[in-house]
Write a protein of this length. Structure first.
Length: 67
């Protein structure tokens, strides 16, 4: 029984180390993500809200995908 309890303790330790490492990595990555600028997103959202727009690369794809 004592050996079984020691194995559980090791498993809990390894689980805590893994979770702590993942949380630390997520915090570092989140710190490097830039925040959105309130004025910069307004111009882009207006243009993207107009719906589907066929551009040159889309026409090229349609041309090459014809069967």
């Amino acid at each position: 029984m004592n050996q079984n309890k020691a194995r559980l303790s090791r498993r809990n330790f390894l689980l805590a180390v893994g979770a702590g490492g993942a949380a630390g990595a997520a915090a570092i990555v989140a710190k490097g993500v830039p925040t959105a600028q309130p004025g910069a997103g307004a111009a882009n959202s207006k243009k993207s809200s107009q719906g589907y727009q066929e551009s040159a690369h889309v026409r090229n794809y349609y041309r090459t995908a014809k069967v």
